[in-house]
Design a protein around this ligand. Sequence first.
Ligand code: SF4
Length: 289
Amino acid sequence: MRYTGRVFRPPSEAYSLIVQATIGCSHNKCAFCNMYKEKQFRIRPLEEVLEDFDIARASYQQIGRVFLADGDALILPQEHLLKILEKIRTEIPECERVGIYSSPRSIKSKTSEQLAELHQAGLGIAYLGLESGNEEILALMNKGETAAEIVEAGRKVKDAGLALSVTVINGLGGAEHWEQHAVDTARALSAMKPDYIGLLTLRVYSGTPLQEWVQKGELTLMDPPSLARETRLLLEHIDSEGSVFRSNHASNYLPLAGTLNADRASMIAQLDKALAGKRRFRSAVELGF
Ligand code: SF4
């Protein structure tokens, strides 16, 4: 396959065919993120994208899932996306699910009818970064969208029939704001009720504003027990019936998995076990920090 620069995908797309429909991120300004820093955002020519599916078809007999990268590929014009989905339907009829990164901006750029049309054409799941439900933290992190806008966008995706997967960053408020981060994030998730909630852990990447704040002592990174306490508070406040909750990302000190609200108590019990020293946190070395 042909890729430009580093390619990222959600953990649940580990076995998907990844095709870059866009290059880079249309925002590219979050203070904690360096994923697409080396790339200038652009839309990849449609012919090139369609050719990638021909290349994949010639190489792989079975393609169960397709993930359209890079960041925020939902920003593509509607006709462009429909042509890609048509190509997947005809070239890869066995494909069971097509996923895509989205943002409030790209979701806003589509009408509800257009989102439903994309779903009808085969788009199955949209991934949306909430990161935090706290407005001050989002503003500090230069997310470019408010929590209210992200919640509205998430609801629009679900109303169109698409599955919604939302990511949250454990520790994003630092030791200074962990309680507000947990409680407001639980509130935003409860308002969206995503099909999937993915909890990542804050990592500090070189060259980001976050790294500078940490070095200056303006944001204090949290240790594994503090992060577990924050997750506990989040779970205590969340009401998101049916959401699959996972903290099984490579960045997490304590993998958790369950379906809300039924498994909330058992996940809290696992956190309590770890906080009491009866369950081991993964080490920073294991996580590659
Ligand atoms: S976190 Fe997402 S929206 Fe923000 S810069 Fe990184 S890829 Fe873009």
